[in-house]
Write a protein that binds this ligand. Structure first.
Ligand SMILES: O=C(O)CCC(=O)C1=CC=C[C@@H](O)[C@@H]1C(=O)O
Ligand SMILES: [Mg+2]
Length: 322
């Protein structure tokens, strides 16, 4: 396995502009590294502490330094990801996801009301038609009362599932009891990647969201999916095409993939590290590795201060790995 010197030897830090603001981010920073198996990505969000970020580094090392598991599919169907913006902007967002029959809509974001959420979700349902699949993600913002109230208002849009409506497993369980009549499946995301007992969270829901980097790598995610015994959806963490390739290899190796995956998010980046991007085409992305272009690494290079910050973060996180 690489030591810190090896990791820093090929480190490139980029700052990529987003098409629209997403989860409060307008520029996505990512550190890219090249291992013997190919390029890999380390991009925990800046506010994450070192202990959490160290799992992302373990994932990056696995993808760059170890062979990927044999894929069982050559491409992965993906969903459109719709940020919490005004309903009239929905068509322009969906146009970036050609062929996607599923959309995930962000709701409950600070600054947008339930009426905004209802209008946005309705606009997505109208655009996809009755056959489309519409899921929503509340990022753990609601308490049980708020979640019940919101889901009763949103249910007429016929939801595929609701991702992380509330923060704790106990709340997720109580919410499900309250909305049994609505028959909306519940998915766990933050409860899987950030909680102390992800298996208990998985047991409490219908669907688990797997993000390769936060969970500590492709193999850990595959093992978790096996143990959890729940339908799994692989999502990105707003990665560059190099990080999306890690997610694509995870989704590519899952024996069962009943839902479209949240790996179309390259479409939310205005720029990427390769010309040969992993963007949704006919509703899917291919399972393949990505090689960054030297010119794009230069063009979108982060400034010296941010690059030094990321190098230091790599050093600190590497020191935490076993
Ligand atoms: O699942 C998707 O459609 C795309 C990925 C996605 O929504 C997210 C990526 C990164 C950070 C998160 O806030 C967000 C999520 O919560 O799932
Ligand atoms: Mg989520």
């Amino acid at each position: 396995m690489p030591d810190t010197q090896d990791l820093l030897a090929t480190l490139r830090v980029v700052a990529l502009p987003m098409v629209t603001r997403f989860r409060g981010i307008e520029v996505r920073e990512a550190a890219l590294l090249e291992g013997p198996e190919g390029w890999t990505e380390f991009a925990p969000f800046p506010e994450y502490g070192d202990e959490e970020a160290a799992r992302w580094l373990a994932a990056a090392i696995e993808f760059g330094w170890e062979a990927v598991p044999e894929p069982v599919r050559a491409s992965v169907p993906v969903n459109a990801t719709v940020p919490a913006l005004a309903a009239d902007r929905v068509p322009e967002v969906l146009a970036r996801f050609p062929g996607c029959r599923t959309a995930k809509v962000k709701v409950a974001e600070p600054g947008s009301s339930l009426a905004d959420d209802v209008a946005r979700v309705r606009a997505v349902r109208d655009a996809l038609g009755p056959e489309g699949r519409v899921r929503i993600d509340a990022n753990a913002v609601w308490n049980v009362d708020e979640a019940e109230h919101a889901l009763r208002a949103l249910a007429p849009a016929d939801l595929e599932y609701v991702e992380q409506p509330c923060g704790t497993v106990d709340e997720l369980v109580r919410l499900q009891q309250r909305i049994r009549d609505l028959r909306i499946p519940v998915a766990a995301d933050e409860s899987i990647r950030r909680s102390a007992d992800p298996l208990a969270a998985a047991a409490a829901v219908d669907v688990v969201v797997l993000k390769a980097a936060p969970i500590g790598g492709i193999r850990k995610a595959l093992a978790f999916a096996r143990l959890a015994g729940r339908a799994a959806v692989v999502s990105s963490a707003l990665d560059t095409s190099v990080g999306l390739a890690m997610g694509a290899h995870l989704a590519g190796a899952l024996p069962r993939l009943p839902h479209d995956c949240g790996l179309g998010t390259g479409a939310l980046l205005r720029a990427d590290v390769t010309e040969d991007r992993l963007l949704p085409e006919s509703g899917a992305i291919p399972v393949r590795r990505v090689v960054p272009s030297p010119a794009l690494l230069d063009r979108f290079a982060a400034d010296a201060e941010r690059t030094a910050w990321w190098a230091d973060r790599v050093r600190r996180c590497a020191a935490l790995l076993p």
